[in-house]
Design a protein around this ligand. Structure first.
Ligand code: GDP
Length: 296
């Protein structure tokens, strides 16, 4: 993952690393090369501009130019900037304690990996000792309910569904009753997705949000779509309000544009990444680890 971006940035840093002294020109050249790498990685222009300006400003200070190891100092600045753009610290889910019910709404467009991610998150929370109920509220995509049922039985998490249902709020209410009766403490709702954002979907999701009053509203977005994942996150946040983002197909994302732009553009943290098709292929997002990997 992120191979392209990593390769290009490492090339840029090679020109500066290990030099006993570096000049302002060396810094400008390295930052220019990083800028090109970020643009090729489909990072949002506003993010690239901020990155370039703040890196140049800090790196040209005496602290770097006069230090005994200016290359390393410069790399540290780039590392810290990357961490900041990726979201600083790892962001946990904000769920209630195990004795109180928590609700997570999974939002996203069709094909983003929403159903798969619902199951991945369910497995993760189950392993943490929570009693999880998955709820099939994607009533638009024909195979979504069946897909969630299959995934649920694979990971040993029950799935609440109502055959032939038309109203996701009604399904949610049925699920809530089941959860209360059976003392499930965490409800993960797979919601309706469409091929693109439309008002009907948003209206339905707002109704569901108002009925469920969720603890987490997580957008599932496909990392491979680059900046368009960021635009989608912005639209969902404006209309529904997000608490975080899950980037899927991070395993296939060689560029990293979505991961690097999301926090700055939407203000919402990236909480998890999908790194494969299996239920276990799911990880919390650690900005510092990803930044270190990009720098090699
Ligand atoms: P939905 O329409 O948003 O519910 O999408 P699905 O959950 O059905 O996922 C769409 C496709 O993406 C499926 O083939 C999944 O196996 C695949 N997929 C989902 N997440 C990931 C991921 O993190 N990595 C990879 N490589 N494939 C994924």
């Amino acid at each position: 993952m992120l191979e392209k971006l990593t390769g290009k940035i490492q090339d840029a840093l090679r020109t500066i690393n290990g030099k006993a002294t570096i000049t302002e020109k060396n810094i400008e050249d390295a930052v220019e090369a990083i800028k090109m790498a970020l643009l090729e990685a489909d990072v949002n222009l506003r993010v690239v501009r901020r990155f370039v300006n703040s890196t140049i400003e800090e790196a040209k200070g005496e602290r770097v130019l006069r230090s005994v190891d200016p290359g390393q100092q410069f790399i540290k600045i780039v590392h810290d900037k990357l961490v900041a753009f990726l979201g600083d610290a790892k962001q946990d889910l904000n769920l209630k304690g195990p004795d109180t019910q928590s609700v997570i709404l999974m939002l996203g467009l069709q094909g983003s990996g929403k159903t798969t991610s619902s199951a991945k998150l369910a497995l993760r929370l189950k392993k943490e000792g929570r009693k999880v109920l998955l709820v099939a509220c994607d009533l638009i995509r024909p195979a979504a309910i069946e897909q969630l049922s299959v995934l649920g039985s694979q990971i040993g998490v029950p799935v609440y569904k109502e055959e032939g249902a038309k109203d996701p709020v009604k399904v949610y209410k049925g699920a809530l009753e089941t959860a209360r009766k059976n003392l499930y403490d965490t409800i993960i709702v797979d919601t309706t997705g469409r091929l693109q954002i439309d008002q009907e979907m948003m209206t339905e999701l707002v109704r569901l949000r108002d009925a469920a009053k969720p603890d987490e509203l997580l957008l599932v977005a496909d990392a491979m779509t680059g900046q368009s994942a960021v635009d989608i996150a912005k639209a969902f946040d404006e209309q529904i309000g997000l608490t975080g983002v899950i980037l899927t197909k991070f395993d296939s994302d060689t560029r990293g544009g979505a991961a690097l732009s999301l926090k700055t553009i939407t203000g919402k943290p990236l909480k998890f990444v999908g790194v494969g098709e299996k239920p276990e292929d799911f990880e919390p997002f650690y900005p510092d680890r990803v930044a270190s990997r990009i720098l090699g």
